[in-house]
Design a binder for this molecule. Structure first.
Ligand SMILES: [Zn+2]
Length: 590
């Protein structure tokens, strides 16, 4: 076990004061925003929006941006407290206090969006073209994409009013059912009570194969008895989503997700087919990895286990490596990355009760962003750090250039800079320290196979599940196990065995399918495009284009954003570069 003292991340905690100077100040800010929200709804009734002039629309959008900023600041503040101080009962009170107020702000945001959608399209088009709302053109135009699928304002209100019981309750029942599971287990350090989440981590990545195997069997034993409850939660959510789709007029269960992501369904299908056509690349890595591990054949229990031993990195070395990499991309990105360290905007110290996760939050254009992770000195922590700072530097540039309505890109594009930062770090380390670089490459390959291929298989699993449910077949545990196993099997091919029933658990253990739908293709999308950028990133002119892409934030469609980087999303060949990059890596390890 690594201790924090060895890695130097001890005491590396957030200074939250740039976001939240204190509890009273935050509560005052949020209360003020709630009052502003109801004044906003009164000041801008739907009929006033229908006849609004460009200059007034600019004023309205400024007010809307301020509400959005206050909402996100409150939400992120409560979340940051929860994630760093979850055992403090006062934090739960703050969370509840904030949660009670967020819907009041959401109502105002929704009020404008519904009003805007009920204005005739010729009128909104002309308004969005006006110079007065220059920075919000994409936001205004792109809202229209939901128009054809909207119900009447009264129906929309009814739908969102029943969300808590119709969807949130199933999600939390699923999470609570799994969260309550625990069993006694011994990883070699003595028998103790293990929550499911710890077992999950051990079965995936424990360096000792025997521990992984036993953790897998213990997980099976723990989860199988609750299969009926989990399947019922999923079945109910799928049925509900299909019912709402019918009302809205979506004829493909993926359409709602594609709409949010602003991605054409044909682009997604092209991406999925390309991943399936290149499954042999992933299987080549499984064979290479089985050699590194001295196994005849890899099993799914080895899928995420380290192929090569890595030295532990100190926090200071990681800091230097990561900032050097960003500075090598462009000096401005180096400055943005350094600001996270200098401003104490990273919480890296592992502590009791701190969840095992990594994320980057950037609440609004008025405050800085923050990164959360657990630094144990392992290479996966280094990749997590650089990934989150990839988000952080992106949001840093975007918040300087865009408004609160427009700085945040959709999920597919948002994951590109974070993935690209990981890949550039691998390149950077390979150039300076071949041994460390090779180990890092094996970690990145594991990740690449997960997002490049398995994430695609998950989409196929979901498509099959929605199709079965639409035909009137209930999603019972047997069916769900069978279709996940089949989907994952296309990734493993004959290069990997699944002797211990790992794949059949995916539907039950992954939160993605329950909390969202068709969430995982965004990872494939981002990985393949980021890998494609890697070779190009050494060409002249790339740094300027890349900064422009980052600064654009969400103020353009994915197609327009990728065009800044000279990538044409309609070209079916764009995915291939990513697979070539993976092939090259396997050669280098081989
Ligand atoms: Zn990310």
């Amino acid at each position: 076990m690594t201790t924090t003292a060895e890695t130097g991340a001890e005491g590396v905690r957030w200074d939250m004061s740039p976001l939240a100077p204190g509890e009273e100040a935050m509560k005052d800010r949020l209360e003020g925003a709630v009052a502003d929200a109801s004044a906003f709804v009164e000041r801008w009734p739907a009929d006033a929006v229908a006849t609004i002039e460009p200059a007034r629309l600019a004023t309205l959008l400024g007010e809307l941006a301020a509400l959005r900023a206050a909402r996100k600041e409150g939400e992120d503040w409560a979340m940051m407290l929860t994630w760093t101080d979850s055992e403090n009962p006062a934090v739960l009170d703050v969370q509840a206090w904030v949660n009670d107020r967020l819907p009041l702000l959401d109502e105002a945001l929704r009020h404008f969006e519904l009003a805007w959608l009920s204005v005739p399209e010729e009128r909104t088009e002309a308004l969005a073209q006006d110079d007065a709302v220059d920075g919000e053109r994409h936001y205004l135009d792109s809202l229209r994409r939901f128009g054809p699928f909207m119900l009447s304002p009264a129906e929309e209100r009814v739908l969102s009013a029943r969300d808590a019981s119709a969807t949130a309750a199933w999600k939390s029942l699923r999470d609570r059912t799994l969260g309550a599971l625990a069993t006694t287990f011994d990883d070699g350090t003595g028998e103790r009570e293990w929550p499911l989440s710890d077992l999950e981590a051990a079965r995936r990545a424990h360096p000792d194969r025997d521990v992984r195997l036993r953790a897998q069997l213990a997980t099976n034993e723990l989860v199988e008895p609750v299969f009926p409850v989990l399947a019922h939660c999923y079945d109910s959510l799928v049925a509900d989503r299909l019912a709402v789709d019918r009302l809205r007029g979506h004829d493909d269960p993926m359409e709602a997700t594609n709409l949010v992501n602003e991605i054409d369904g044909r682009v997604v299908e092209g991406l999925l087919s390309a991943a399936e056509a290149h499954a042999a690349v992933g299987q080549r890595w499984f064979r290479a990895k089985s050699k590194l591990l001295g196994l005849e054949k890899l099993d799914v229990i080895d899928f995420q286990a380290s192929a090569l031993d890595a030295p532990l990195l100190s926090w200071d070395d990681a800091h230097r490596l990561v900032v050097d990499m960003f500075a090598g991309l462009t000096p401005r990105l180096g400055t943005e990355a350094e600001a996270f360290f200098a401003g104490r905007r990273i919480d890296a110290e592992p502590r009791r009760g701190k969840p095992n996760a990594a994320f980057c939050l950037w609440p609004s254009t008025r405050v800085p962003g923050f990164v959360f992770l657990n630094w144990h000195g392992q290479l996966r922590d280094l990749l997590a750090l650089v990934h989150e700072l990839g988000h952080g530097t992106h949001f840093g540039l975007a918040t300087q250039a865009q408004s609160d309505n427009s700085f945040m890109p959709g999920l597919t594009v948002a994951e590109i800079p974070s993935t690209f930062a990981e890949l550039r770090l691998v390149d950077h380390v390979l150039a300076t320290d071949e041994d460390l670089g090779r180990v890092l490459l094996t970690r990145e390959l594991d990740q690449a196979v997960g997002v490049g291929f398995l994430a695609t298989a998950f989409v196929r699993f979901e498509q099959r599940a929605y199709a079965l449910r639409a035909e009137g077949q209930a999603l019972n545990p047997e069916r769900l196990c069978e279709i996940t196993e089949t989907a994952a099997g296309t990734v493993w091919g004959d290069a990997m065995t699944d002797k211990y029933g790992n794949s059949r658990l995916f539907w039950a253990s992954m939160p993605h399918f329950v909390h969202e739908r068709f969430y995982t293709y965004a990872y494939t999308f981002a990985f393949l495009l980021a890998a494609g950028l890697l070779a190009r990133s050494h060409h002249p002119g790339f740094p300027e284009r890349y900064e422009r892409f980052l600064a654009a934030g969400g103020n353009a469609s994915p197609e327009e954003l990728m065009a800044i980087l000279e990538v044409d999303l309609r070209d079916p060949e764009i995915w291939n570069d990513g697979f070539s990059v993976m092939d090259g890596w396997i050669d280098r390890i081989g």
